[in-house]
Design a protein around this ligand. Structure first.
Ligand SMILES: NC(=O)c1ccc[n+]([C@@H]2O[C@H](COP(=O)([O-])OP(=O)(O)OC[C@H]3O[C@@H](n4cnc5c(N)ncnc54)[C@H](OP(=O)(O)O)[C@@H]3O)[C@@H](O)[C@H]2O)c1
Length: 262
């Protein structure tokens, strides 16, 4: 099976490092033109220059955005969609701050909702308008295993990701007749800066070494290792392809077997 995304334009959130970067690289390797989004322009510029361009149609670009500044984000995205078409939308935002229900202020939920839901719903509406006109589209949401098995220390993820997944299911029903698919990926433990930062915080809280937190985490995964961002990219490239045209409204875990439930 050859994944061929030549001629397709992909917009990838949070793609200056980690999972988003793994996705962007693989989409470019499969022939898509990729637009990256993140805050750090220097990183974005370097990545755009390094992405695969073996197809003459490929033209990569970037948008400097901050998901926390909704007003500005809206203006930038409106401008981008006025001049570009998006066939493949990867909704990947920053992760929420860690904490349990009793540690959170009510404002924390609002902030996480604005960053992780509002920006996603807004961007998707712009993309769907175009996809409907062309009768083809792929919407892929980076979410978490927390929607199936809530994580004790990440209540904001448990709450807001669940909203994204439920919203995407409704969306999949509504846009399916236009041959647009909407799917959620339920992310397990991936070896990224975010995971390192979360592990550091946990280590400080429990007054243990970060390596011990990491080892315990790995021990919970049947495959006994963390996921690699490029492995994430393989799944996304497949879901974005023609071959995945009949996968819609699905929640697909990529977690090395971490989820215990069916
Ligand atoms: N890694 C895991 O094990 C894991 C597990 C479950 C779920 N997830 C979720 O998967 C997503 C990606 O995780 P990751 O591990 O790849 O995270 P990461 O390594 O921290 O990367 C986050 C990316 O988002 C960008 N970003 C962060 N804040 C932003 C903002 N306010 N506006 C625009 N861009 C922003 C960052 O670039 P700039 O700093 O340049 O903006 C970076 O490119 C997150 O939502 C995370 O919660 C991850």
């Amino acid at each position: 099976m050859l994944i061929n995304l030549i001629g397709k334009n992909a917009l990838v959130g949070g793609s200056s490092r980690g999972i988003g970067l793994g996705i962007a690289k693989q989409l470019a390797q499969s022939g898509a033109s990729v637009t990256l989004m993140a805050r750090r322009e220097e990183q974005l510029r370097e990545i755009v220059a390094s992405l695969e361009t073996s197809s003459p149609e490929q033209n990569h670009q970037y948008l400097v955005v901050d998901f926390n500044d909704y007003k500005k984000y809206k203006a930038i995205l409106k401008g981008y969609f006025a001049a570009n078409t998006v066939d493949i939308l990867i909704n990947n935002t920053q992760g929420p701050k860690a904490g349990t229900p009793l540690e959170m202020e009510v404002e924390d939920y609002q902030q996480a909702f604005d960053t992780m839901f509002k920006t996603v719903a807004f961007t998707t509406q712009l993309a769907v308008e175009q996809m409907k006109a062309r009768k083809w589209g792929r919407i892929i949401n980076v979410t978490s295993v927390s929607v199936k098995e809530p994580l004790s220390y990440l209540v904001l993820s448990n709450t807001i990701r669940a909203a994204v997944v439920a919203w995407a299911k409704s969306l999949a029903t509504e846009v399916g007749s236009y041959q647009i698919t909407a799917n959620n990926i339920l992310t397990g433990y991936f070896d990224t800066e975010r995971l390192k930062e979360l592990n550091q915080k946990k280590a400080e809280q429990h007054q243990i070494e970060t390596s011990e937190v990491r080892d315990n985490m790995i021990d919970n995964v049947p495959l006994k290792r963390l996921g690699k961002p490029e492995e994430y990219g393989y799944l996304v490239a497949f879901l974005a392809s023609e071959q995945a045209a009949y996968i819609n409204g699905a929640n697909i875990p990529i977690d090395g077997g971490l989820l215990k439930s069916l």
